[in-house]
Design a protein around this ligand. Sequence first.
Ligand code: PBG
Length: 313
Amino acid sequence: MRRLVREHSLAAGHLIQPLFVVHGAGVEREIGSMPGVFHLSVDEALDREVERVRILGLGGVILFGIPASKDEAGSESYADDGIVQRALRRLRERSPDLLLFTDVCCCEYTSHGHCGVLAGETVDNDATLAVLGRVAVSHARAGADIVAPSGMMDGMVAAIRAALDAAGFSDRSILSYAVKYASAFYGPFREAADSAPAFGDRRQYQMDPANVREGLLEAALDEAEGADLLMVKPALAYLDVVRAVRERTDLPLVAYNVSGEYAMVKAAARLGWIDERRVVLEALTGMRRAGADAIVTYHAKEAAAWLAEEAER
Ligand code: PBG
């Protein structure tokens, strides 16, 4: 009877697995603060991971790249032979049906670790827009289906839409990290992507955790600029924001279950303090209940395997 009257569902197809790609050969290096998540080289290491994703029936993967070298302008982010571009070409060729998202941001590629072009000690919002357009076009050319700008620059969606259309990629979609908070929950990611800012923090462009109306405004602006999907990030401490955005837009909505949320669950599970499987499925169900259509989560593969087991019972 519980199954008959259940109000919300969670399925593998709702989940998007983040993947970290690196230069080199035969690399499968676990990230210290994110057990079960690996730096993968663009060869059999990546192929094996993507084969698991395919078998489990996940909704897609989102790619993050660790460049060979960083510079002031973050130039590997839009290079034809950049790490994400190389990964995209390999995946597109071998897995034509896999939905490929890419993170579009400068912070993994810049020597200063900020999400845009610097003018003195601050990010120059408008100068950054041209760079983001260039990154998005290079990802589209290499095979990305959906580009996901995460830098919280004003006007980023309009700039990327215009750049994609001008380059002949009007068929590609934009998932905007529209409502992204300046959060301490990104800590492990910054180790994984080596992207902690060299000075200052991201409060110039990321939102104040105390605000929700501001998030609605950000979401409405990105929708008006042509976003195809919207994202709220992080997820667990912001489920009220997910719900509020859900009630204001008819666009598909994504929640990002971020690295710190993942690390806390993994740490407590290792200590034997929680039942990991139940905690993960409960948290992901909560995100769906709050109104997320899809969820970016490092738990995606494990959660999908558990869901498949439960369906067999
Ligand atoms: C890049 C970016 C970040 C995350 C996704 N894209 C880091 C940040 O804004 O500092 C965080 C993801 C996570 O913590 O899992 N701008």
